[in-house]
Design a protein around this ligand. Structure first.
Ligand code: HEM
Length: 698
């Protein structure tokens, strides 16, 4: 990070003469110390316990009592120009690097805002330097990816206007296949640490891990009290835009032996669980790629381009488009057309359930609203241009909702809220007046933001791709509750209780047809997803039939996939991500002897602990986050990367490409405004009282 701190010293006075934007400052309230939350309705407490929802006791380091945050955002989400100066100076101070950890844990959230943000910026900078590895020989920036010799790099002819391609190619005309569908996942660990060890594939038995450590006990659902179920469904909606390893191989299988008392023996008559291996990388070339760890390819585009809505290939997009007015096909009743197996036809249809049914419908409707706005403003545009521009705007709105609404909702911490706003807008957004483009500093994305920063695009010397470790940390199946209580939005009356397993595929579509979008959204808005902790894995996913794959236990599969794909185990991953290893199970579980003992029984030693299991077991969470710091490390890195690598969020995020009206649309809208546009009856529900639509609506 190149920072001219001296310049700031000279302009330091700015901070003192400015009237600064201080959103939500009036909302700060103090909670009862040590007791349950006494926040007003719609407010949540920070720090809040991820598992119990109670306010955390006073922070032992600072002695600060918890505060209530929301619905208008965290208190004092403001960085003074003078803070900004101090922050930049701090982030470039080598002494700060020596103070990133207390014991094995990060400590940025225990510091004041300025120092905490400086630490976040520093950690991200370190990760960007050491933890972005692409999986192509010679695939670094500017060197076109060589994939399958049978699939030569496409030529990217200049068009009249910039538009995303369906398969994600030509985002960068100098490296046309970068981020395209069918290219490899990258890694967040060095190649040497990314090799799978076949002899350890079943060590310990992943089904044992699933049953002994992951399984949710009957009647013991652990909710996240400060989130609603839209936030859980949203997570999967997003990952379906970013990655999919595709349907597995049918012949090559992994056999997982079942114990004598395994329930699957009695319910399904099985003595072995057969897990098809991940589909092999068809672009791997013998000789050339032999030294590489296992490689796998992405079935969808790696970019944040709304491919889950539009598809990643021509045939899908052609089927979904209305071919007039730039619109997508939607039925007269406002639902998506029905595709095969009785549920909505859309760009990505794997692992579908009612949560995805809702979100895919909403953002197809949003696409059409944007296309209509563009058609009215630019009557001479043809269907193609209207479609392409509406897609860009819709995808950017989704990216903004994820960055500025979903993330601060699941990670309720005011410094993080500033950091996410900084990702999008830059710290300059909080300064008044904004700093000009200062030589030596501009286009530093920390100050000037990533989005729309023409010169802020940065690949950090690794071709852009989603990574195996990123897939791993998004294995968030515990978000799914066991049942949904469907309620009327108008009266709150209970209409039906439906097990989540029955909302899959055609079951989800039937629910939406029976109860309507408004009641289903209300049901999601007023109920809670599961916490990302051990003992909270949905039972229905542990004995599930997937069409074409037979009986599966997703808990077993989650563990097995990471081992098969060479994702390092928990402590190894931490070290490769620049974090100290955790010394023992008791430290990991924050002193919970019972849990530590159970982990010990299954794993023997902490160095064998799987990454996903370790992240669920982490008791130490920054300000009681929805998830722990190991996962957060990968998250921090990749959240910025998705924006920073993409020309459509950096140099092409301008009025020429998006239209002025499009930029305003992205800026002016939020998850709440989108919901209210298409389902105005929700204005009479608790949604009216929350700013962030992922907070519980009552
Ligand atoms: C009813 C809902 C869901 C069902 C039926 C389901 C089922 C599945 C299945 C069958 C797979 C592929 C397993 C394999 O590797 O063979 C999978 C992968 C995955 N799921 Fe889910 N899932 C659901 C919800 C979710 C949610 C809410 C999340 C949260 C983020 C999630 C995250 C993932 C991830 C990260 C993968 C790995 C994808 C990959 O390997 O490319 N899933 N799921």
């Amino acid at each position: 990070m190149k920072i001219d701190v001296g310049w700031f010293a000279r302009f330091g006075a700015l901070g003192f003469v400015c009237l600064l934007w201080t959103p939500g400052i009036g909302q700060a309230q103090y909670c009862g110390v040590g007791g349950g939350p006494v926040c007003d309705p719609g407010l949540v407490c920070e720090p809040v316990s991820a598992t119990t929802g109670l306010c955390c006791p006073d922070d032992p380091m600072t002695g600060q009592p918890p505060v209530c945050i929301g619905p208008s955002g965290p208190p004092a989400a403001t960085v003074l120009a003078s803070d900004l100066i101090g922050l930049l100076g701090l982030a470039s101070d080598p002494a700060l690097a020596a103070d990133l950890f207390t014991g094995p844990w990060t400590n940025w959230y225990r510091d004041g805002r300025e120092r905490g943000l400086a630490k976040l910026a520093l950690m991200r900078g370190i990760l960007e330097t050491y933890n972005l590895t692409d999986m192509y020989v010679g695939g670094a920036t500017g060197v076109p990816l060589v994939t399958d010799p049978a699939r030569p790099s496409p030529m990217c002819p200049p068009g009249d206007y910039a538009a995303r391609t369906l398969d994600g190619s030509c985002n960068d005309p100098l490296n046309p296949l970068m981020g395209a569908r069918g290219t490899r996942f990258g890694r967040n660990v060095p190649l040497a640490g990314a090799h799978a060890d076949p002899s350890m594939l079943l060590e310990p038995n992943p089904r044992k891990v699933s049953l002994s450590l992951l399984r949710r006990r009957i009647g013991r659902f652990q909710p996240v009290p400060f989130l609603n179920n839209l936030a859980g469904a949203w997570t999967q909606f997003q990952i379906h835009d970013w990655f999919d390893h595709g349907r597995p191989h049918t012949r090559d299988v992994i056999e997982v032996p079942l114990s004598r008392w395994d329930p699957l023996r009695f319910t399904r008559g099985l003595d072995t669980l057969i897990v098809p291996a991940t589909r092999a990388d068809p672009t791997r070339v013998a000789g050339r790629d032999d030294a590489l760890p296992p490689t796998f390819t992405n079935e969808v585009t790696h970019w944040w381009d709304g491919s889950q809505i539009y598809g990643s290939d021509d045939a899908t997009a052609h089927r979904l488009r209305a071919h007039h007015g730039g619109r997508l096909r939607v039925q007269a009743d406002g639902l998506l057309p029905v595709g095969s197996r009785g549920y909505s036809d859309t760009g990505m249809r794997e692992n579908f359930w009612v949560g995805l049914e809702l979100l895919h419908t909403i953002f197809a409707l949003e696409h059409n609203a944007i296309a209509d706005m563009l058609a009215a403003t630019y009557p001479s545009w043809d269907d193609e241009r209207l479609f392409q521009t509406a897609r860009l705007i819709n995808a950017a709105l989704i990216a903004k909702i994820h960055t500025l609404e979903w993330t601060p909702a699941i990670l309720p911490n005011s410094s993080l809220d500033v950091a996410m706003n900084t990702n999008w807008y830059g710290l300059n957004h909080f300064a008044c007046p904004p700093l000009p483009e200062i030589p030596g500093l501009y286009p530093n994305p920390v100050v000037y933001g990533v989005v729309g920063n023409a010169a802020g695009r940065d690949l950090h010397d690794a071709a852009y791709a989603m990574t195996e470790e990123f897939v791993s940390v998004y294995r968030m199946h515990p978000l799914l509750p066991e049942v949904f209580a469907v309620r009327s939005a108008r009266s709150g009356r209970l209409r039906q209780i439906v097990p989540t397993g029955r909302t899959r595929d055609g079951g989800g579509r039937q629910l939406v047809e029976r109860h309507g979008m408004t009641d289903m959204l209300y049901t999601f808005g007023t109920s809670h997803p599961g916490a990302l902790v051990l003992g909270n894995y949905p039972r229905f996913l542990q004995d599930i039939e997937i069409p074409g794959r037979g009986v599966m236990d997703m808990g077993t599969v989650d563990v097995l996939r990471d081992r098969e794909r060479g994702v390092p185990r928990y402590n190894q991953a931490r070290q490769m991500l620049g974090m100290p290893p955790v010394p023992d199970f008791l430290t990991l579980t924050g002193g919970d002897r019972g849990l530590a003992h159970r982990l010990q029984r299954v794993y023997g030693t902490i160095d064998r602990l799987d990454l996903m299991v370790g992240t669920f077991a982490e008791a130490q969470r920054p300000s009681c986050y929805g998830f722990g710091e190991t996962l957060f490390q990968v998250f921090t890195l990749m959240a910025t990367r998705r924006l920073q690598a993409d020309r459509y969020y950096t140099e092409l995020y301008n009025a020429d490409t998006y239209t002025n009206e499009g930029l305003i649309w992205v800026e002016a809208n939020s998850m709440k405004s989108v919901l209210l546009r298409h389902f105005p009856d929700l204005a009479d529900t608790g949604l009216a009282h929350v700013d962030n639509a992922f907070y519980p609506w009552e």
